[in-house]
Design a protein around this ligand. Structure first.
Ligand code: UDP
Length: 372
């Protein structure tokens, strides 16, 4: 009997699990493939509930996550601890996702052992190596190493080709985040706690906020939070729901600016099914998250992007998202403008998701099955 192809899948953060869970599920349906699932645990508490909802059992936990680590500390630990697993398991391919330090360290570990690397969500480029930091450089470096580049969009493919990646190594599959979103929305109900929150904010225009990118820490973040605070105070039929990231840079400033304010709900980061329910019930989403860019259009929701630039310009081109930039006055003005005239918000209901059709994972698994 022919030996099975062994594929090691590495993740470490919340968005990586969300995007790789459907890929793991699709790989497991292929008889000629054996999977080995490794978590770096770069995110600790944020990661756990996601393993549960996707029914994911991990084979190895690198346990690299502790508070306040530098990217170098994380990369060093991943390289060191993964190397022993590569030696033992001898995978044919390592799959990494996106732009995290875990993903870059996993790709580099594969390169050093002459193991092929497959990169999911390849070809995103902001045009500025310092923004998002260090993610933009991470993803560029992974592109230098990878043998399989799974791009979500044609634009991503072009970015890769412009950097000299051979056409035959690039596969436009869509982003598996859409597969995940569809799966969770179909199979999971929101929690009682979340339904209570929705009930208690009934009739209000809900702004859903997430913000925790490193570049936003400090003045940019406090400016944005102040703008939202002013808007909520002024407009009594609005409210804010903000799952606050555990990072102390977010926690402290949030309590200072938004703590104890009427119609402001500061909650813990939610499970994925609850977050999807929150997005569905939002009047407007305000976020600096990459994943939220890719999810909002599937739910027909408008998005204000709290960033200077975006490596997902498809969101702006498809007209469901607007870039706020680093200017908190612009955020306030955009909130007021859309409160007054809801033409844009209404128009977003019908957009098509440019990032995927919900079938990316199957396409990725098929390429890997054929690509030994
Ligand atoms: N998310 C979630 N609960 C929350 C906040 C976000 O499930 O309380 C999900 C969200 O739907 C998206 C992902 O987490 O899929 C985004 O993660 P994050 O913002 O950490 O990373 P990024 O998308 O910026 O890489």
């Amino acid at each position: 009997m022919q030996a099975k192809q062994k594929i090691l899948i590495l993740f470490g953060t919340r968005p990586e699990v969300i995007k790789l869970a459907p890929v793991i599920a699709a790989l497991r349906t292929i008889q000629t493939i054996e999977t080995c699932v490794v978590s770096s645990n770069q995110h600790t508490t944020l990661l756990k509930p996601f393993l549960k909802i996707f029914h994911l059992k991990i084979d190895y936990n690198l346990k690299v996550g502790t508070n306040n680590q530098t990217p170098n500390m994380i990369a060093g630990k991943v390289l060191n601890r993964l190397d022993a697993i590569l030696d033992k398991e001898k995978p044919d391919v390592i799959v990494v996702q996106g732009d995290t330090t875990t993903a870059l360290a996993g790709a580099f570990a594969g390169f050093n052992r002459k193991i092929k690397v497959a990169h999911v969500e390849a070809g995103l480029r902001s045009g500025d190596i310092n923004s998002p930091f260090p993610e933009e450089m991470n993803r560029q470096l992974i592109s230098k190493i990878a043998s399989f580049h799974f791009a979500a969009t044609e634009k991503n493919r072009k970015n890769l080709m412009n950097e000299g990646v051979p056409m035959e190594k690039i596969f436009v599959t869509g982003n598996p985040v859409v597969d995940s979103l569809n799966f969770i929305a179909k199979n999971w109900e929101p929690s009682k706690k979340l339904l209570d929150l929705i009930e208690s904010t009934k009739g209000l225009k809900r702004i859903l906020l997430t913000t925790h990118r490193r570049e936003s820490f400090g003045e940019t973040m406090s400016g944005n939070l102040r703008s939202i605070s002013c808007f909520i105070k002024k407009r009594e039929d609005t409210c804010l729901i903000f799952p606050v990231h555990p990072n102390p840079n977010v926690q402290t400033i949030t309590k200072e600016i938004l703590g104890e304010q009427e119609r402001v709900f500061l909650i813990e980061p939610t499970d994925y099914h609850d977050f999807i329910a929150l997005m569905k019930k939002a009047w407007l989403i305000v976020s600096d998250s990459g994943g939220v860019h890719e999810e909002a259009p599937s739910l027909g929701k408008p998005l204000l992007i709290l960033r200077e630039n975006t490596e997902r310009p498809e969101a702006i081109e498809a007209r469901f998202a607007k870039l706020v930039g680093g200017n908190s006055n612009r955020l306030y003005n955009l909130l007021e403008e859309n409160y007054g005239v809801d033409t844009w918000i209404k128009s977003v209901k019908k957009v098509q998701n440019p990032f995927g059709d919900g079938k990316a994972a199957t396409r990725i698994a098929e390429v890997l099955a054929n690509g030994k």
